[in-house]
Design a protein around this ligand. Structure first.
Ligand SMILES: [Zn+2]
Length: 270
């Protein structure tokens, strides 16, 4: 009665795993926290979901572009990119490798403070499919440990595989750390004068643009690219706000007995 009365569609439950109706939804209201899935089940479902939902495009229903910047270059170059966003408006996402991460502490703090997304590009810029799973786990622990020193409490959610080199196995390993793989549909190039044209000529709603903090034209043309996109009516969003809702894990978080999950609130509130 509860499920039919709220019109809960089967696809809403897809991420929950093989059983069509999770135990905590099967009963009638009021909801009792003790009926919730065990944290182990929830953890397993979260890993499956994140590993199975690589982000390749953002929300295509909105006129947005998701700019991303990989690696890490000269610190003044990072400032230059950030200044462009301050000037033009909008947010982006930055993927850092572990090399010398502490040297970038102030820039990373600035990225987060200014509302951009800070993501992982691995501890080392190497092919992840060539690494053993426990090797990747150890590297991620080290990378996340450094990040925790720089921006304590910040939850890193997104991972860009170096060279885009990934498979199902490594996507699952990073998902154990709550990380979701982010790919791209447009490469700016960044090393040639046609960088501007490559970006503005190819974008469409929800595009994810791969750029680099290390590449001259990605950095020095950033302001011009962003201004042009804004003029074309695009909003510049980070992965956090601009991702396709189907890729967002609908976390059900028990917080003193109440749900904080937006997708589920409407279904679960008695
Ligand atoms: Zn890279």
């Amino acid at each position: 009665m509860f499920l039919s009365s709220i019109g809960l569609l089967p696809e809403k439950l897809e991420f929950m795993g093989s059983s069509a109706i999770p135990s905590f939804l099967a009963g009638s209201p009021p909801f009792h926290p003790e009926d919730a899935l065990s944290s182990e089940d929830e953890e397993e479902q979260r890993i499956e979901f994140l590993a199975g939902h690589e982000i390749r495009l953002g929300d295509r229903t909105r006129r947005i572009v998701l700019m991303t910047y990989d690696d890490q270059g000269h610190r003044t170059w990072i400032d230059r990119i950030l200044d462009a966003y301050t000037l033009v408006g909008g947010k982006a996402s930055f993927f850092f490798t572990g090399n010398c991460l502490p040297l970038y502490a102030e820039r990373i703090q600035r990225i987060v403070a200014e509302g951009h997304v800070f993501g992982s590009h691995g501890l080392v810029h190497e092919l992840h499919t060539a690494m053993r799973s426990d090797e990747i786990r150890a590297q991620l622990r080290e990378w996340l440990g450094m990040v925790d020193e720089i921006i304590p409490g910040y939850q890193v959610k997104f991972f860009r595989f170096p060279y885009g080199d990934r498979n199902e196995r490594v996507k699952k390993v990073i998902a154990e750390f709550g990380l979701q793989s982010v790919h791209w549909n447009i490469e700016s190039g960044g090393l040639d004068e046609d960088t501007f044209d490559k970006v503005v000529g190819k974008v469409f709603n929800g595009s994810i643009v791969l750029s680099h903090m290390t590449r001259y034209y990605d950095v020095h043309e950033a302001e011009r690219i962003l201004k042009h996109l804004i003029k074309e009516g695009y909003a510049l969003e980070s992965l956090e706000t601009g991702m396709d809702p189907k890729d967002l894990y609908p976390q059900v978080t028990l917080n003193e007995g109440s749900f904080t999950s937006k997708p589920f609130l409407k279904y679960l509130q008695p």
